[in-house]
Design a protein around this ligand. Structure first.
Ligand code: A3D
Length: 320
């Protein structure tokens, strides 16, 4: 059986980490693509040279031409520019929209059967545009944000309660931005909802709200510390979990930015919701029940995504 092929469009901080993780997990052969000459080639060679030490078999190649991604099973897109301190994700919109146009054309030509995971910000608008530019089926184009936002929430909860991260599940929905919706009612420690843990005296409602807010600000916290770029280890791990679920048909239930076609009363939009990822791509969109407060937060988040999508349509009328 031939190995899977994983193409990484963008070989910066996240792209390089993705290549390393995909190698370590033996997910397949890896192609790093970038417009910067030498960077994808250098990273590919460096990671390949680590393979004898870590004992993984994978071919790694770097490229500056889209032909190299031909026939890829999975394409993970990080091409574009990341945030600098003081920049919001939305400030990136205009530059990265142009990048999505090029990337979409490259995928359409060379990897039309791939499962595509977009990471480029502003996430929900970029994955929406990438699906339009590439014309791939909506079930094969998905955005990574919820896995990362939920992982941050899980980490903060595990740290607060001094329990294993493995026993914390968390649910963060909505757009990937300041309006994301961490759902405490659906987040648990070993199945016990966080709202019950507050009743049991594990922490106060105020403390839980602080953790929720830290989750919303999780990206900015890292940008503020790094000063020269944004988070890349946890974003890469999160996208690899999604790729692995597709390649191994694991059917994991993961919060992802998915194309909605009537679910949650929304159409022609991408927003973070729980989905099942298997060999068919996004095989199912799970519609959870929300109470009035949660629905209000979700609606606010959707409105902010809509605003970005409208901005994309103004910049690129072909998307309208
Ligand atoms: P960075 O290290 O700058 O890598 C981006 C790479 O894209 C660089 O190597 C560029 O040369 C390359 N590039 C630029 N334009 C093109 C193009 N037209 N075609 C191909 N490659 C190009 O950034 P990064 O890896 O830290 O972040 C990548 C993206 O992910 C940014 O947009 C971030 O904002 C975003 N990001 C999203 C999340 C989410 O949770 C959604 C988290 C962290 C970062």
């Amino acid at each position: 059986m031939a190995r899977n092929k994983i193409a990484l469009i963008g070989s910066g901080q996240i792209g390089g980490t993705l290549a390393h993780l995909a190698g370590l997990k033996e997910l397949g052969d890896i192609v790093l693509f970038d417009i910067a000459e030498g960077v994808p080639q250098g990273k590919a060679l460096d990671i390949a040279e680590s393979s004898p030490v870590d004992g993984f078999d994978a071919k790694l190649a770097g490229a500056n031409s889209y032909e190299a991604i031909e026939g890829a099973d999975v394409v993970i897109v990080t091409a574009g520019v990341p945030r600098k301190p003081g920049m919001s994700r939305d400030d990136l919109l205009e530059i990265n929209l142009k990048v999505m146009e090029q990337v979409g054309a490259g995928i359409a030509k060379y990897a039309p059967n791939a499962f595509v995971i977009c990471i480029t910000n502003p996430l929900d608008a970029m994955v929406w545009a990438l699906q339009k530019f590439s014309k791939l089926p909506a079930s094969k184009v998905v955005g990574m944000a919820g896995v990362l936002d939920s992982a941050r929430f899980r980490y903060f909860i595990a740290d607060e309660f001094n329990v294993s991260v493995e026993d914390v599940t968390a649910f963060v929905l909505g757009g990937h931005g300041d309006t994301m919706v961490p759902l405490t009612r659906y987040s648990t420690v070993a199945g016990i909802p966080l709202t019950d843990l507050v009743k049991m005296g594990w922490c106060t409602a105020e403390r839980l709200e602080q953790i929720v807010q830290r989750t919303r600000d999780g990206g900015a916290e890292i940008v503020g510390l790094l000063k020269t770029g944004s988070a890349f280890y946890a974003p890469a791990s999160s996208a690899i979990a999604m790729a692995e679920s597709y390649l191994k048909d694991k059917k994991r239930v993961l919060p992802c930015a998915a194309a909605l076609d009537g679910q949650y009363g929304l159409k022609d939009t991408y927003v973070g919701v729980p989905v099942v990822i298997g060999a068919g791509g996004v095989e199912r969109i799970i519609e959870i029940d929300m109470n009035a407060d949660e629905k209000a937060m979700f609606d606010k988040s959707v409105a902010s995504v809509d605003g970005l999508v409208e901005a994309c349509k103004k910049i690129q009328p072909a998307l309208a």
